[in-house]
Design a protein around this ligand. Structure first.
Ligand code: SF4
Ligand code: SF4
Length: 108
């Protein structure tokens, strides 16, 4: 199954256990060069910064404004400067997020 930037790639573990998307996710873990993007639910985020630590291309940073819970949430860096690598859609950030606040999208 192919993915587009309009459909989520990573699904929470409970969804994976329920079936259909597990192999799509594994496929992308192998093809790490495929470009992707993520969305972060800033109101779910508790600012633990684990996603920032694991991102191999440094695409996540701490937002400068607090969310409603009083945390500085993680923020996706969409703009890629010269010499930087973009998001690969590897889903490591979503995998480690304890709040299930990240969705991963992959380009076709
Ligand atoms: S999907 Fe991979 S490359 Fe993209 S932001 Fe998450 S950890 Fe970084
Ligand atoms: S891992 Fe999840 S909860 Fe922690 S900073 Fe990243 S998005 Fe927020």
């Amino acid at each position: 199954m192919s993915h587009s930037l309009d459909s989520p790639l990573y699904y929470p573990p409970a969804w994976v256990e329920a079936g259909a998307t597990k192999f799509d996710w594994l496929e992308v873990m192998v093809k790490k060069t495929i470009k992707g993007k993520i969305t972060i639910d800033r109101e779910r985020c508790k600012g633990c910064q684990i996603c920032i630590e694991v991102c191999p291309t440094n695409r996540i940073e701490v937002d400068k404004s607090l969310n409603k819970k009083g945390y500085y949430p993680a923020r996706f860096k969409e703009n890629v400067s010269e010499g930087e690598k973009g998001c690969t859609g590897c889903a490591q950030c979503a995998t480690v997020c304890p709040e299930v606040a990240i969705e991963v999208y992959r380009a076709k």
